[in-house]
Write a protein that binds this ligand. Sequence first.
Ligand SMILES: Nc1ncnc2c1ncn2[C@@H]1O[C@H](COP(=O)(O)OP(=O)(O)OP(=O)(O)O)[C@@H](O)[C@H]1O
Length: 297
Amino acid sequence: MAYGAKTAVDGLSLRVERGTVTAVLGPNGAGKTTTLETCEGYRRPQAGVVRVLGLDPQRQRGALLPRIGVMLQSGGAWSGVRAVEMLDHVAAMHAHPLPTPVLVERLGLGDCGKTPYRRLSGGQQQRLGLAMALVGRPELVFVDEPTAGMDPQARRTTWDLLEEVRADGVTVVLTTHHMDEAEHLADHIHIIDHGRLIATGTPSELTRGGSTATIRLVVNRPFPESAPESLRTELGPGTEIRQLDAVSMLISGPADPTTLGRVSRWCEAHDVLPQTLTLGQRNLEDVFLELTGRGLS
Ligand SMILES: Nc1ncnc2c1ncn2[C@@H]1O[C@H](COP(=O)(O)OP(=O)(O)OP(=O)(O)O)[C@@H](O)[C@H]1O
């Protein structure tokens, strides 16, 4: 998929199993929304094949639309329409909609049901968008950044709701640049960057480090310039070191009992005081960093 000369999605090949939650994870501008909009039939790919529930989203749009739900990244409602009116309007377009009061209650939209769309907070607009995507009892729902702009409580409610949706047998495809969201919700994760798939697997497949441990080191004052090099020498072969900023580093190396001791000895020798020194399994952020040399957000 290209916008003029700009290639947004390039040779991306991914498959989603029915009844699962799949996350398309990547930083801003990676091509997540473009991928979803292509699957939803809003964009026509210049090359390649797209099938959703076995249908071509362009040629068989009429047959596909009643079977899918779409939550856009933003918008999707008229600015002056009241929240519940909008939901009732969308429900009326479906053959067997969910009762809207149930969704209003579940998504905590009761307090703002009479508020015009443009006056809803970002999080409320997101929740209404999710309700609109679910009200038609879709077999498959596409949700673009479902928790953008939500406070932690609304975020948790949305996660619970998406888990219930999956438990009802609905297939969920979501985009996010929050690795905790992908790790928490997804059965399968596709990590994309610059429009290309760079890793795919279940959360545990992606984060399984084998014999590799990840150490996060944050110190009290900026590292000396030669720090990555001298730490590598201290820790020996098989160690990968990335300096994240002036005072923090991510060290991937053999998961053996001596590694933490050596890092702490190195700090002593270089007169820096560790403020955080933790050893743990790598997370998706580390995976992305290892693959691209950059952070996710
Ligand atoms: N309508 C458009 N015209 C031109 N370029 C576009 C258009 N939409 C997206 N792009 C570009 O295509 C690339 C992919 O954008 P896309 O919105 O798909 O990424 P994304 O991963 O969803 O990002 P975000 O997390 O910020 O929403 C970006 O470089 C973006 O600037």
